[in-house]
Design a protein around this ligand. Structure first.
Ligand SMILES: *Cc1c(COP(=O)(O)O)cnc(C)c1O
Length: 326
C-alpha cells in the first residue's frame, strides 16, 4: 500500500503554526508564577474569523474534496462556530455549503449567523428534528438534484477530524516541550481527543461545556480510534463542574473568567466554550489540580463571533461599560 492510499488528503485552510504566548498578568492574578500560564492561540487559525474547527475541517474537507464532493452539509446550534467555519471552508474550496441548524429562525441573525450569510451558506432550519437525520435527508435531496454532498460531522468531530488536533499537540510539544497540562473546552470532543493522542491523557484537562450527553465516552471513543488501541475512559481528565444551567446559558463563573481574561491580558473569550474552559482552569487552580512552578497552557479555541450572538453576554458587557470607573 502506498503512503497516499493510507494517508487521507488534507486541505490546507489555516495559518500554521499558531502562536504560543505567555499570560503573566492573568497568571499572577490567579496566584501562579508569571511564567506558569501560556495561551495557544487557536483563535488565530486564519480562516473565516478563526477557531479550532479549522484544524478539523482540513481533514474532513480534504477527504470530501478527494471524493469529488460539490456541496458540504453539516449540523449545529444556531450560533455554531463550526457551521460558520464550514461555510468559510466551502467558500475557500469552491464548494456549496448547506447548514442544518437546530430550531427555527429567530428575531436576530447576529454573530455567527450573520457570518454564515456573508459567507454564502444556505441554512435549513431543522426545528425539533434530530439533526443527523435532518442532515441525511438534505443530503439525499441534494443527490437527487445531481449534487455530490459530503456530510461533515457535528462539530467536525470524528476520528478523521480529530487528526487536526493531533497536529496541534505536536506543535505544542515543539513550542513547549516542558508543558505539564493543556486546558481545553470539550464540546463535540474532537479537540481534546486529538490532543490526548500525542500528549497523553495525564497532560490534557478537558472542561465539559454541555454540548454532548457523555463527554468522557465521546472523547475516549475518538482517542481509541486515533491510536488503534482502547483508551480507558477513567484515565481522561474531564471536569464536569462548569455546565451550569446548560450549554447555551451563560454561567457566573464563565462571565467572571471572560472579564478577568479581558482585563488582565486583553484577550477576548466566548461565553459558551472558552469562558467555561477558563472558569475550569481557575477552579483547577483553586482545587490544586493546576499548580505553580509548572507550565500550563490554555487552548484558546476561538468563538468570538458567538459572543456577539449571545444576548445575555452582550448585555453584561454593556452594563460593565456604564458601571466602570466613575
Ligand atoms: C467547538 C468549539 C469548542 C469545542 O471543540 P470540540 O472539538 O467540539 O470539543 C471549543 N471552543 C470553541 C470556540 C468551539 O467553537
Amino acid at each position: 500500500m502506498s503512503a497516499d492510499s493510507r494517508t487521507p488528503h488534507r486541505a490546507v485552510l489555516g495559518t500554521w503554526p499558531t502562536p504560543l504566548e505567555p499570560m503573566p498578568r492573568l497568571a499572577r492574578a490567579l496566584g501562579l508564577g508569571a511564567d506558569d500560564l501560556w495561551i495557544k492561540r487557536d483563535d488565530l487559525t486564519g480562516l473565516g474569523g478563526g477557531g479550532n474547527k479549522v484544524r478539523k475541517l482540513e481533514w474532513t474537507c480534504g477527504v470530501a474534496q478527494s471524493e469529488g464532493a460539490t456541496v458540504l452539509v453539516t449540523t449545529g446550534a444556531p450560533q455554531s462556530n463550526h457551521a460558520r467555519l464550514t461555510a468559510a471552508a466551502g467558500a475557500r474550496l469552491g464548494l456549496d455549503v448547506v447548514l442544518v441548524l437546530a430550531g427555527a429562525p429567530g428575531s436576530s441573525n447576529s454573530g455567527n449567523l450573520a457570518l454564515d450569510g456573508l459567507l454564502g451558506a444556505t441554512v435549513v432550519w431543522a426545528g425539533d428534528a434530530a439533526l443527523d437525520a435532518a442532515a441525511r435527508e438534505v443530503a439525499a435531496r441534494l443527490r437527487q438534484q445531481g449534487g455530490v454532498p459530503a456530510l461533515i460531522p457535528f462539530g467536525g468531530s470524528s476520528v478523521l477530524g480529530a487528526r487536526g488536533y493531533v497536529e496541534c499537540g505536536r506543535e505544542l510539544l515543539a513550542q513547549a516541550p516542558d508543558l505539564a497540562a493543556v486546558v481545553v473546552a470539550v464540546g463535540s470532543g474532537g479537540t481534546m481527543a486529538g490532543l490526548v493522542d500525542p500528549l497523553g491523557s495525564a497532560r490534557v484537562i478537558g472542561v465539559h461545556c454541555g454540548a454532548v450527553d457523555d463527554p468522557v465516552r465521546t472523547v475516549s471513543g475518538m482517542v481509541s480510534g486515533l491510536s488503534g488501541t482502547p483508551c480507558a475512559p477513567e484515565t481522561l481528565r474531564v471536569r464536569l463542574d462548569q455546565v451550569g444551567d446548560g450549554y447555551g446559558v451563560l454561567t457566573e463563573q464563565a462571565m467572571a473568567a471572560l472579564t478577568l481574561t479581558a482585563r488582565t491580558e486583553g484577550i477576548v473569550l466566548d461565553p459558551i466554550y472558552t469562558g467555561r474552559a477558563m472558569a475550569g482552569l481557575i477552579a483547577a487552580v483553586e482545587d490544586g489540580d493546576v499548580v505553580s512552578g509548572q507550565r500550563t497552557v490554555f487552548l484558546h479555541s476561538g468563538g468570538m463571533p458567538g459572543l456577539f450572538g449571545h444576548a445575555a453576554t452582550v448585555a453584561k458587557a454593556e452594563a460593565a461599560l456604564t458601571a466602570s470607573k466613575s
